[in-house]
Every structure is written in C-alpha cells, then in structure tokens.
Design a protein around this ligand. Sequence first.
Ligand code: NDP
Length: 499
Amino acid sequence: MATTALPDQLSDEARDFISRDHGLLINGEWVPAADGATFDTVDPSNGQTIAEIAQGGAEDVDRAVKAARAAFADDSPWRTMTAPDRARLLVKLAELLEGSADQLAQIESLDNGKPVTLARVVDVNAAIGHLIEFSGWPTRIPGETHPDAVANTFGYTRREPVGVCGQIVPWNFPLLMAVWKIAPALAAGCTVVLKPAEQTPLTALRLGELALEAGIPPGVLNVVTGDGSTGQALVRHEDVNKIAFTGSTAVGREIGEVAGKALKRVTLELGGKSPNIVLPDADIEAAVTGAFSGIYFNSGQVCTAASRLMVQKDQFDDVVNALAAQAEATMPGPGLAPTTFVGPLVSAEQHERVSSYIEKGRDEAELVAGGGTSIESHPDGYFVKPTLFTSTDDNASIVREEIFGPVLVAQPYDSIEDVARRANEGSYGLAAGVWTKDLRNAHKLAGLLRAGSIYVNSWGTVSSSMPFGGFKASGVGREHGTAGIGAYLEEKSVFINMA
Ligand code: NDP
C-alpha cells in the first residue's frame, strides 16, 4: 500500500485508527476478505491513499448474513434480551461515540473531505442524537387490542423485528447515514449487515468497534466493506429480509426491482433536485444566507441540497448578485483546515461528474460565479469552486438533474401559482423550501409542493423524530420517527378463541 504521511492536524487517536489493519466485522471478529482482496481509500484533498480496506465479496456477504441470522435465532442472546437492555446498549453506543467524537470527526473529514468542524457539530452530534432518540423505542413498540373484533374472540397485534437487514449507505455523511440505518434496526431487535460506501469506509469500521465495546452481541451488527458488487451480493442474498438503501436513484431502482421480485422489505432514500423558493415578502438577507448554505454546505453533496433557487422576478437580480458575491468570496480548502467551509468533492469520479455538469451549464445557462474545478494550493485534490448559474429554461439538464456538487441554478418566476407548478414538474420530490413572512403563503406552498420535507424560512432541518424521505423518484418509505421504526417491524394479528 502506497500511503502518504497522514496530515499533521490528526490526533494520535485518529492516526492510530487510520493506520491499523482494516478487516470486515463478521460475527464479532475482524477478518480479512475470504479471497484476501483489498482496496484503497483516499484523501480527496490530494488523491493520496490513506488506508487499505478489506474488499468483501459474495462469500464474505454470505458469512456476514449467516452470522446475522444466527444472532437472530429465537434463543440467541439478542432475541432473548429485554427491551430495556436493548435500549441500554443503544445509549451505551451513543456514549462511546461521544467519547470518540473528535476522533470520529477527524477520520470523517480526512476520508470524505468535509470540514472537520462541520463533521463534529453536524455529523457526529446528529449520530449521537439519533441513537439516543431510537434508544427510546425498544420499550415503546406497542400493539393494538381488539376485544370485540370477532364474536367470542380477543384479538391483539404484535410488532416483531423483521429479521436480517442489509443496509447500504453512501459517502456524503458516512457515519451519520450508517447510524440512521442501524439505530432503528437495532431498536426494533433486528440484526444487520452494513455496507459502507467504498469512498468512505473508515467511520463505519470505527462504529463497528464501538458497537462491540458497547456489548452489542456478536453477529448483531456486521460491517462488510467493499464496492457496488458487495452491495449487490447483499441485496441478492436470499436470507436477507429487508434492504435499506440511501444513494442514487439509478441504483435505488435496481435494488427496488430485485427486492420486489424476492418480496424483501425495502426502503429507499434517493436523490433530489430541490426547489428553494423566495417569495417577494421574504427577509431577503436571511433567504440569501439560507440559499448559500442550502447548496454549498457539504460541497453540495447532500440529497436535500437546495440546488434550484426560484426568486420572484423583481428581486431576482438582487438575490443573485448577493449570492454571487458570497460564492466568489468562498475559497474551497482541505477539510482538516479549521476555516474551510467548502471541502473537496469525495472522489475523482464525483469531481468528473460535477465538472461535466459545469461544462453543460456553460452551454445551456449563464455562469455568474465560480465554475473553477481546481485550486492552486491543492492541484491534485477534487475541488470545485462554489458555482452559480442562472437559467430561464426549465428543461435544461442543470435545472432538472441532481448534480450533487456545489452548483446552484437560479431561476426567476412570476407568481406563487406559477412557481409551485414549475417546482413540482421534476421527477424528484425530496425537499422544498419557502422564504416568506406571510404565514398564509407558507402554509399554502407547504400544501402545494410535492416533497417529503418542506422548510419554511430555513433549509435542511432534520429531526430524528420526524419522517424523512421522498415523493416520486426520491424514494420509497420513510426513515426516522414512528415510520422509521415501523420499517423494521412486521405486524402480526393474534386471535384468541374464548368460546
Ligand atoms: P451509488 O448509489 O452508486 O452508491 C450508494 C451506495 O450503494 C454505496 O454504498 C455503493 O457502493 C452502493 N452500491 C452501488 N451499486 C450498487 C448496487 N448495484 N447494488 C447495491 N449497492 C450498490 O452512488 P454513487 O456513489 O455512485 O454516487 C452517484 C450519484 O448518486 C451522486 O452523484 C448523487 O447524485 C447520487 N447520490 C445520492 C445520495 C443521496 O444521499 N441521495 C448519496 C450518494 C450519491 P460503492 O460506493 O462501494 O460503490
């Protein structure tokens, strides 16, 4: 493995973890891939390898699923554990994350490229909060009683864990997405095979270590690193009861098809092209600040990124000029630098993909800020400068398609009715936003917009207790809250004949 020296900013704890051997977590043990294969994970600020990771294949997926199945056996420690004890384990895991929060933030920043301060205050804190939220569920999974549903029969329902879950997560919030998946599954009493993204495997591996330290029994949480073929093997494995996936709509469709044929339970959290609407009566300064962070936060690599800004035509120039000035003044930098707000994109592929959209944008729209796809200080890094286009063409590819980078397109509109219709025309429906001081218009648009999350005078708010997911091609099912736990439960009706 040709690794470069790790950056000086890393703590000893982060450095020690990154430098160790990284196997697969199967049945509570760290093991190499069956065929010994490995892959490299790189620092996106310079393209250099930072660690070598086991490349799980179909045989490893099978071993992990068998371990998860054994851990789900009726007489296993996990299945016979009381609900309060299951809750305690989730709390313990949250506490261990808290104890390793700075280390986790540094590892995430190096592996993904995101600013370390944001990794700490957003990703790691939200992961801890999510575990705490879901630690409240094991003791609160009630059923229903129906004493008189049928003559002389007492009916009741039980909600039981769905079984072995294959969970496939992306690279944009690696630790947080892993925790979003494992917390409800474990709270429900399921067992898990987790497949992190190949670009960012490190924090999921650390999460696996902490889960063992917390006392989560062997086989309950397995972590199999690898690439898309590893994910495919997991989706196709016949002994997996449920698949939970976050990632691209293209892969989501493929998974939905396989899961549909096999009648596996499936939840899909997919892409978006989310309209952010500024009404004429909005606090324009607040709207500009929200629009800026809504798209450029995490370098635009956010499924709910506010990537399509719609401003009433009379305010359009003012808003665009203010945003362009902020975008031009924001210089990307490596995630570990304390002042960075826009880090590099995660990978060479993503850099290529976003750069090609910027090229398309130059043809089909007007470039008003950014457009650069490298920075002088880090010529080998995957940097893209905050970019802003304007367009009046609703059919332009940069208006309709998910770019997943720091690229915003702003469009003028005439009226509320006009903007709602146009905002709903795309294939996605993950999020939408409204900036206004008029509550009537806020509620009106909240009703009209076809999206899973509506933000009024804010962008990107997420709560572990409120449903998260998409309309249309943005997904199937919801994570978080009551729906989120429900996605890991089967419902059973019991009829007691009392005649
Ligand atoms: P993918 O959808 O390919 O990857 C997401 C996860 O799925 C990764 O763990 C990946 O593994 C895995 N995977 C890939 N192919 C398969 C498969 N056939 N069966 C099962 N699992 C699979 O996203 P990309 O990383 O390729 O990103 C491409 C685009 O997807 C982005 O530009 C963005 O538009 C969108 N995206 C959306 C996200 C969201 O949050 N909605 C998150 C990430 C991407 P591996 O990475 O190892 O290949």
